[in-house]
Design a protein around this ligand. Structure first.
Ligand SMILES: Cc1cc2nc3c(=O)[nH]c(=O)nc-3n(C[C@H](O)[C@H](O)[C@H](O)COP(=O)(O)OP(=O)(O)OC[C@H]3O[C@@H](n4cnc5c(N)ncnc54)[C@H](O)[C@@H]3O)c2cc1C
Length: 399
């Protein structure tokens, strides 16, 4: 497997020059450029894996070859430092490009970024080196936190290790991720992260859990971890670290970026469809396309806002504002997507909603992926925050 690594901004390019351009070696593509270059290929292949039990395995090979598995690693670990606050806009646009190619790939790749961000933030140096090595070797990470009544428990063994009992639900990439970051309850009640090498300790997958409206290709199965064992080296951070703010709720800007990619795909396909039918002169179609362009661009402005807010020096200390702003971003982008979908459907009509046109899949995928945890609480919490602020509206988010 040939893995390209990205140069940190400003550093020397690492990709060897090809003979044809040896005079002017090209710099390594940024993750954003690599993702943009992949989007069309992902979109062209998306229908093939759109089935229950499907997974975009080949697509993740493309991401790996494009260096996107290692992009979230710090530069010293061979990555592009994509998760650094200063690179937030690049990170969000990278996710948006992957999302416009295939929302299922975007969902799983977002988990990879999240897991490697958590690993680098809370891991001990030796652990970080080990997990970075795994990412460089092509292991796909993810985060499995959601669970039902029979959630995961870590049961201590006399030899200092832990035996796992219980299941996760919505385990995206189940059977394909080899380094899921999982959460579970310690005997004293703490919520503990660990990274399980599932290639060595396979879990029991229940694919019957995943009979979804959309996002079929994420393979978000129920995963029973009962009987697997982990050692102290597999534990990540301290109990409760997973929910530390602003990182936990602030991370919503990442799924919002993927979702916006879905809205962009709907926009692009609608325009393509109308062009093919030569329906460009109708005033109502023009009006709808104008409205869709306004909505999609608003989403992109929200990504800029999200990146600026995440990069301010007080982003971590002023956690409440960071979380409130992220809650606005996810709410606004949800609203944008929910408005783009019916506009596109009116544009393309019943004929456009037949396969092999992509609209029915895009509709199912985006509609399902928009369902993220506690949407009402998210916007209500932003409301609570602004109610407490004495600052006028123009200065609310500039602190
Ligand atoms: C495609 C896909 C892939 C996923 N992959 C993963 C994954 O890999 N790892 C992972 O951990 N999770 C994953 N998830 C799960 C995801 O993170 C959320 O947990 C899930 O989408 C939230 O589902 P929900 O809509 O049922 O949320 P809920 O929060 O239950 O929201 C449903 C509705 O109930 C309301 N509500 C919320 N709480 C209450 C309450 N206490 N009382 C009354 N109403 C309430 C909400 O406001 C909303 O209106 C995935 C989800 C999807 C769709």
């Amino acid at each position: 497997m040939s893995l390209l690594t990205y140069s940190a901004p400003g550093s020397a390019p690492e990709t060897p020059a090809t003979p044809s351009d040896s005079t002017y070696p090209r710099p390594s593509p940024t993750p954003e450029a690599a993702a943009a270059a992949l989007a069309g290929r992902l979109a062209a292949a998306a229908a093939q894996t759109d089935q229950e039990g499907g997974f975009p395995t080949a697509e993740f090979g493309w991401l790996r070859e494009a260096g996107l598995f290692t992009a979230p690693l710090a530069a010293v670990l061979g990555g592009a430092d994509l998760m650094a606050p200063a690179h937030t806009l690049t990170m969000l646009r990278t996710l948006r490009h992957i999302g416009r190619g295939n929302l299922a790939v975007g969902r799983v790749y977002e988990g990879h970024l999240n897991a490697l961000q958590l690993a680098q933030r809370y891991g001990q140096p030796a652990q970080v080196r080990r997990w970075a090595q795994a990412a460089r070797a092509g292991h796909l990470f993810g985060v499995w936190n959601t669970q039902a009544h029979d959630g995961v428990h870590l049961e201590p063994l006399p030899n200092g290790r832990f035996r796992l009992r219980g299941s996760k639900t919505f385990g995206s990439g189940a059977g394909h991720l080899t380094r899921p970051l999982i959460t579970g309850t310690l005997p004293e009640g703490g919520w503990q992260m660990f990274i399980l090498p599932t290639d060595e300790q396979p879990a029991t997958l229940d694919a019957s859990f995943w009979k979804p409206l959309g996002m079929r290709a994420t393979a978000s199965f129920r995963v029973d971890l009962t009987g697997a064992e982990i050692g102290p080296d597999d534990l990540l951070g301290q109990p409760g670290d997973y929910y530390q703010q602003p990182a936990f709720s602030g991370g919503a800007i990442r799924f919002a970026a993927v979702q916006l990619g879905g809205a962009e795909a709907v926009f692009d396909e609608t325009r393509r469809f109308l062009r093919e039918l030569n329906r460009l002169d109708d005033p109502y179609q023009k009006m709808r396309l104008g409205e869709m362009a306004m909505l999609v661009e608003s989403g992109n402005l929200w990504l800029r806002g999200a990146a600026e807010h995440a990069a301010r020096p007080t982003a971590t200390t002023d956690a409440e504002a960071t979380v409130a702003y992220a809650n606005l971003v996810r709410t606004a982008i949800e609203e944008i997507c929910l408005r783009v979908l019916p506009l596109a459907e009116r544009c393309v009509g019943a004929r456009g909603l037949l396969r092999p046109e992509p609209f029915e899949r895009l509709h199912r995928d985006l509609t399902h992926y928009l369902r993220q945890p506690a949407p009402d609480a998210a916007i209500a919490d932003a409301g609570r925050f602004v109610l407490q602020q004495p600052t006028p509206a123009y200065a609310l988010w500039n602190a």
